[in-house]
Design a protein around this ligand. Structure first.
Ligand SMILES: *Cc1c(COP(=O)(O)O)cnc(C)c1O
Length: 218
């Protein structure tokens, strides 16, 4: 599929939900993709990208930034505290704030540098043991804690369990966001972004549907 087709599907999903097309941002998830595929999408004029590893992002985005203006990079993968500084330098948004220790590190670095990327708190809506994110029952307290550290929390993010209907998880995330006065909802991937838009997604993270299948695990 092409970028234009995905954009068209996003517009249709917005129209069906009675939403403005501008209310949804398409994050093109470029992890593990060959540089020429990423560059083709840059040449089409797209500027919003997602990566899930700091190391990999550091290896390609500084060069792309030299060549293309206005790149908006989102870090959407798990973040270790020892990579937090590098992540803050590379990305304009971090979608995976998932624990107090990371919040404290980001807050300290934000104080020190005077700036901080937009932050999304990852919620483990499926309460999966191996998955990152705060549990839904702990989300309100963690939002408060992060706000008390003056962190720029813009919204919530989730990755639904692979074997469950994602709409239930999107609806839960939207509910937790609403009761905390958060407007950003990072949810929806290649297989389910239209359902996410129907439930209020503001950022959809689409990789393989734009770039083709990844040849190695991301
Ligand atoms: C890889 C990844 C995506 C994109 O997945 P696709 O199914 O290729 O669209 C979205 N979100 C996260 C957190 C990812 O790691």
């Amino acid at each position: 599929m092409s970028l234009a087709e995905i954009t068209d599907r996003i517009h249709k999903a917005c129209a069906a939900a009675g939403r403005d097309a501008e209310s949804v941002q398409l994050i093109a998830v470029s992890k593990v993709q060959p540089n020429e595929r990423v560059e083709a999408v840059l040449k089409e004029g797209h500027r919003i990208f997602g990566e899930n590893r700091v190391q990999e992002a550091a290896g390609k985005w500084p060069d792309f930034r030299t060549a293309y203006d206005g790149i908006d990079l989102h870090l959407i993968g798990p973040l270790q505290t020892n990579k937090a500084r590098q992540a803050m330098e590379l990305a304009q948004s971090i979608h995976t704030l998932d624990r107090p220790k990371l919040a404290k590190t980001l807050a300290r670095l934000a104080q020190e540098t005077g700036s901080c990327p937009d932050l999304y708190i990852q919620v483990n809506t499926g309460e999966e043991g191996q998955k990152a994110g705060v549990l839904p029952a702990q989300a309100d307290a963690f939002v408060k804690e992060a706000r008390a550290m003056d962190l720029p929390v813009k919204g919530l993010m989730c990755i639904p369990p692979v074997d469950e209907e994602p709409s239930l998880h999107f609806a839960l995330l939207a509910k937790v966001a609403e009761r905390n006065g958060l407007t950003g909802l990072s949810m929806g991937m290649s297989g389910d972004f239209e359902r996410a838009i129907a439930l209020g997604a503001t950022h959809v993270r689409v990789g393989s549907a734009i770039f083709g299948e990844r040849t190695t695990a991301g």
